[in-house]
Design a protein around this ligand. Structure first.
Ligand SMILES: O=C(O)CCC(=O)C(=O)O
Length: 386
């Protein structure tokens, strides 16, 4: 009985409350939610600023630490550098120009226009052509003798640049003219299935004013660049400055084993500072590389090359114990090789064993796709695949 009376009283009471508040409810609700929305937005904005600035701070801190005892005024030019010293001072840390690593390369004396035109004059090469800004470039396939005919016709806004990843790998006789310096001997890319190894030794032959983009190399590997003729001017940016470099996200590298590509929108040799104002804060080393000098660019360093005169060079890459964590992360990031398939204690493995474990979980379909990528590019440029 008592229970019943409580129940019968409580229902109208609730209804009453609702009806008495009903007339003011919509406006009160709207203004409360407006206030709440404003507070939440402000909080969100504060949090975003906090996280962004702490991220920037962290990046700045790591840059400050990296710059301790190092100077951005000039590049270290070293000769007679032992592998031990290279590993402890430079590999994965700081760029260096080696002045005596190419002394025994036949390419240094053999490679010139008559050598190439006699053998490969009518062979097609992949050539970047720019008319206007660096971003207005297109990749063309042209006979080498056509490129050579126009090699002296260039201006700051109109230039051409052979950027051919396959020309040398498809002509093994040219590889015989190049040696692999001690600094590049440990290379885990060789542990990948042949179909997925990045193409090695890119041919770079540019008119004056030709240049690369500002970029980090595929897989964030350690990059190498050997000048055979002419000169290169470089700008190299220590890591931790991505927030100043207007990096284009979501691009893929197009290599047989896919990876992300990290290119900047900025042409560091002709920056549009109105459009990219933060770029003025970026710190970099600027220097020239001469014929016979080998440049080693550590993982994580954005870099751009500019050829002030006609320049012939080759570039290559290294995946080794000093960059294994970073390169492996880049391979996994894109998802063709699944992180979940790796052993649980993978990170405790020795560097070389990590790569061996990674290789074990590469799906066959990805290996097949890797071969198709190379075949397609070979066909596109009218070559035959090996
Ligand atoms: O010599 C050049 O144009 C730059 C090449 C380069 O940066 C690269 O191969 O990653």
């Amino acid at each position: 009985m008592g229970k019943k009376s409580v129940k019968s009283r409580s229902v109208p009471a609730r209804l009453k409350n609702q009806t008495t508040e009903a007339s003011s409810a919509p406006t009160a609700f709207v203004s409360h939610s407006k206030v709440l929305f404003t507070i939440l937005s402000a909080l969100f904005a504060l949090l975003a600023i906090y996280f962004y600035s702490s991220e920037t701070r962290r990046e700045d801190d790591s840059l400050t630490r990296l710059l301790e005892n190092r100077s951005l005024d000039t590049i270290d030019r070293r000769s007679d550098l032992s592998l031990e010293e290279y590993t402890s001072l430079y590999d994965g840390k700081w760029p260096v120009l080696i002045t005596d690593a190419m002394n025994d390369w036949p390419a240094l004396s053999k490679w010139d226009w008559s050598y190439f035109l006699n053998r490969y004059g009518d062979h097609l090469v992949a050539m970047k052509a720019v008319h206007g800004k660096l971003t207005d470039s297109q990749m063309l396939s042209v006979p080498l003798n056509v490129f050579s005919k126009h090699v002296h016709e260039s201006s700051p806004t109109t230039w051409t640049y052979i950027n051919d990843e396959l020309f040398i790998p498809f002509r093994p006789e040219l590889s015989l003219d190049i040696r692999r310096p001690i600094y590049m001997e440990e290379d885990y890319f060789k542990l990948l299935p042949k179909e997925l190894q990045p193409w090695d030794t890119m041919l770079l032959w540019g008119t004056s004013h030709s240049r690369s983009s500002l970029h980090i190399d595929p897989y964030n590997w350690t990059g190498t660049n050997a000048v055979l003729k002419g000169r290169k001017r470089w700008k190299l940016f220590p890591p931790g400055q991505d927030h100043l470099l207007y990096v284009i996200r979501g691009q893929h590298c197009g290599f047989p084993l896919d990876c992300f590509k990290y290119n900047s929108e900025v042409d560091a040799f002709d920056p549009d500072l109105e459009r990219y104002p933060l770029f003025t804060q970026a710190k970099y080393i600027e220097f020239e590389q001469l014929p016979g000098e080998l440049l080693l660019i550590p993982t994580g360093w954005f870099h751009q090359a500019y050829n002030p005169e006609e320049c012939l060079a080759i570039s290559s890459q290294v995946y080794n114990s000093q960059n294994v964590k970073i390169v492996t992360e880049e391979i996994l990031k894109v998802g063709e090789v699944k992180q979940a398939k790796l052993p649980q204690d993978f990170s405790s493995y020795k560097p070389r064993d990590q790569v061996a474990a990674l290789v074990k979980v590469i799906p066959k379909s990805i290996i097949k796709k890797g071969k198709d990528v190379t075949d397609k590019i070979a066909k596109q440029f009218h070559r035959t695949s090996t």
